[in-house]
Design a protein around this ligand. Structure first.
Ligand code: GLY
Length: 354
């Protein structure tokens, strides 16, 4: 499948070698660089390393993990580009999950005022989310994605079979973003998605679902590339979600991004029911699917204040308002919904008693 978007050409296919070979034929005589981490070096690089065009490329190895998504790694990429004679016509390939894609995209966007880059996302989460939409960046002074620019890869090549080496939690993390895409788009997409069993799905079928998910995300990105308006739909579930992610960070109960978003969606569905009249029957059905798929978080009353504080610090909140993206129904989006603190406490009490 090929999706020609306003910003990037996106391939979703199990023929990654053929596609990359064809693309790189147009980049002959141009220096190619590939960023990997220790995981993608072992598990993913072998899939592409014998391709004409990659054979003689320079491999830049970074250490995996959120703590390495910073200036130091960025400097390593820039240094490697400079020391190996990269010029404006060079191409950077980001082979990895969201961290490599974001960091590599930023490095490419700033090197000599911008060189072309290709994202080859290797986790389900990055295949349906970070690899498309043009958000690039690194963490700075302990703040996530504090430095970055919007700039799109020239190509994105997605092959779900890279997920073969991923742990189950990584798959369910990406699945949560796919559920979100369905929810903000229409009921048919939601019904179709949940009719699949993510634990048993084959890679060909998964590629089809990814393609649909990517085209939904792209719909919002094309309408509002700089997230001033309707792209905020993609933040559904993320206000509570980011707070849950931070609450459990560095504890023995650490949760994945997608798991946090799944529980964030549960809370924001409740808010959608209270604030925007989303049908309670529909919400109940969705909440029960989400709780079946993602184990409920154990929250105690003392956590409530921390969560509200964390929500207050969410970067999506302008001024003192706590703004949510909510829904009136599947695909009926209400951005910038200002919910009062009492309603957030009520939501957490409701969640705790589920
Ligand atoms: N991850 C949401 C977005 O790209 O806007």
């Amino acid at each position: 499948m090929k999706l020609d978007t306003k910003f990037s050409t996106i391939y979703i296919s199990s023929e990654i070698q053929k596609i990359l070979t064809e693309i790189l034929q147009n980049f002959k005589n141009r220096k190619i660089f590939v960023i990997v981490d220790e995981n993608t070096k072992t598990n993913c690089l072998p899939v592409i390393k014998n391709i004409e065009g990659i054979k003689n490329s320079k491999i830049i190895e970074l250490e995996s993990g959120e703590s390495n998504k910073g200036i130091k790694s960025l400097e390593k990429v820039w240094s490697s580009l400079t020391e190996n004679g990269a010029d404006r016509s060079s191409m950077l390939i980001n082979l990895g999950g969201g961290i490599i894609g974001d960091l590599g995209g930023f490095a490419a966007s700033t090197f000599k005022r911008g060189i072309d880059f290709i994202n080859i996302p290797t986790t389900l989460l990055s295949q349906v989310d970070a690899s498309i939409g043009g958000k690039t960046g690194v963490n700075f002074l302990g703040l996530k994605n504090e430095l970055g620019v919007f700039n799109h890869p020239k190509y994105v090549i997605i092959d779900s079979s890279f997920n073969r080496t991923l742990k189950k939690e990584h798959i369910s993390s990406g699945w949560a973003e796919m559920l979100k895409h369905a929810l903000i788009f229409n009921e048919k997409d939601w019904d179709n998605l949940i009719s699949n069993n993510i634990k048993q799905i084959g890679f060909k079928e998964l590629n089809l679902l990814i393609a649909r998910s990517v085209s939904i995300k792209n719909h919002f990105v094309e309408k509002d590339p700089f997230e001033k308006d309707i792209r905020k739909a993609l933040n559904f579930g993320h206000t509570f979600g980011h707070a849950f992610e931070s609450l459990f960070m560095n504890t023995t109960n650490e949760i994945s991004h997608g798991e946090a978003v799944a529980h964030g969606m549960i809370c924001e569905l409740y808010l959608s029911g209270s604030f925007c009249d989303f049908s309670t029957n529909k919400i109940d059905t969705m909440v029960s699917y989400l709780l079946k798929t993602y184990n409920k978080l154990k929250l105690n009353d003392a956590d409530f204040e921390k969560i509200i504080d964390l929500i207050g610090h969410d970067k999506k909140n302008e001024g003192l308002n706590i703004n949510f993206t909510l829904l009136e129904d599947f695909g009926k989006i209400k951005i910038n919904q200002n919910c009062k603190r009492e309603l957030l406490i009520e939501t957490l009490n409701w969640y705790k008693n589920l």
